[in-house]
Design a protein around this ligand. Structure first.
Ligand code: 13P
Length: 255
């Protein structure tokens, strides 16, 4: 029987394609409020704005514990990849984390788990922490395929030799994203237990210590319940991360 590893939680906001520089006053206010909230928090706090806002957010978060991250990266360092951004560029702009394999990227851009794995490796090459997302669609869930889908995504999306320091896994059921619907605490517990078991099997002690985030319609009203589930070490928050009061309410689950 191994001793239980204590894992510090992370509350991460994914702003997706929202936010303009023109609204930088709001962005600054939001960053300030988040910074204030995170001061009292017992968890780490991360904001992943669109890449265009990374420098502004980095600036606004100066002196606070808030980390800044990107939402995706290309697998290569540089080159002829019009419209793409490399992990090194995100790092250069002030990011310390990057989300890879979000279901919106997998669906909108046809990203395979193999491509996601290459992006995670790129993140590590640049010295960024990779947040690797997995999650089943509603059809897969209804067909009883949740655990097999997650197992296959994990196996192909996670590079060899990853550590608890350089990688975080986020479970985001596709049907729960932006819908206001969430799995029951029991369902989340089952999936997170399966993810933990798979990580431990493949990465041993590193897998045991790796952070597992839940994402999909996390709000202040359900944060305490969802964050209290075994093997849930934080949240990846979309819509509710765009309003300081809502995001603060989620961070408060860790006070
Ligand atoms: P919502 O919190 O808006 O459901 O989005 C979750 C998500 O996709 C975070 O990456």
């Amino acid at each position: 029987m191994t001793a239980k590893v204590k894992i510090k939680a992370l509350v991460a906001g994914n702003w997706k394609m929202n936010g303009l520089k023109a609204s930088s006053k709001e962005v600054k206010t939001l960053a300030k409020l988040i910074a204030k909230a995170s001061k009292k928090a017992k968890c780490d706090v991360l904001v992943c704005p669109p890449a265009t806002l990374i420098p502004a957010l980095k600036d606004a978060a100066k002196g606070s514990k808030i980390a800044i991250g990107g939402q995706d990266c290309h697998a290569n360092v540089s080159g002829a990849h019009t419209g793409d951004i490399s992990a090194e560029m995100l790092k250069d702009a002030g990011a310390t984390y990057v989300i890879v394999g979000h279901s919106e990227r997998r669906a909108d851009h046809g990203e395979t788990s193999e491509a996601v794995c290459a992006k995670a490796l790129a993140a590590h090459r640049a010295g960024l922490i990779a947040i690797v997302c997995v999650g089943e669609t509603e059809t897969q869930r209804d067909a009883g395929e949740t655990l097999s889908v997650i197992a296959a995504q994990l196996a192909a999306s996670l590079p060899k030799g990853i550590t608890a320091k350089n990688t975080i896994v986020a479970y985001e059921p596709v049907w729960a994203i932006g819908t206001g619907r969430t799995p029951t605490a029991d369902d989340v517990a089952k999936v997170h237990a399966a993810i933990r078991a798979a990580l431990k099997k493949r990465f041993k002690a590193e897998g045991e210590a790796m952070r597992l985030l839940y994402g999909g319609s996390v709000k202040a009203s359900n944060a305490v319940e969802l964050m209290g589930v075994a093997n849930v070490n934080g949240a990846l928050v979309g819509g509710a991360s765009l309003k300081a009061a809502d995001f603060d309410g989620i961070i408060a689950a860790y006070r």
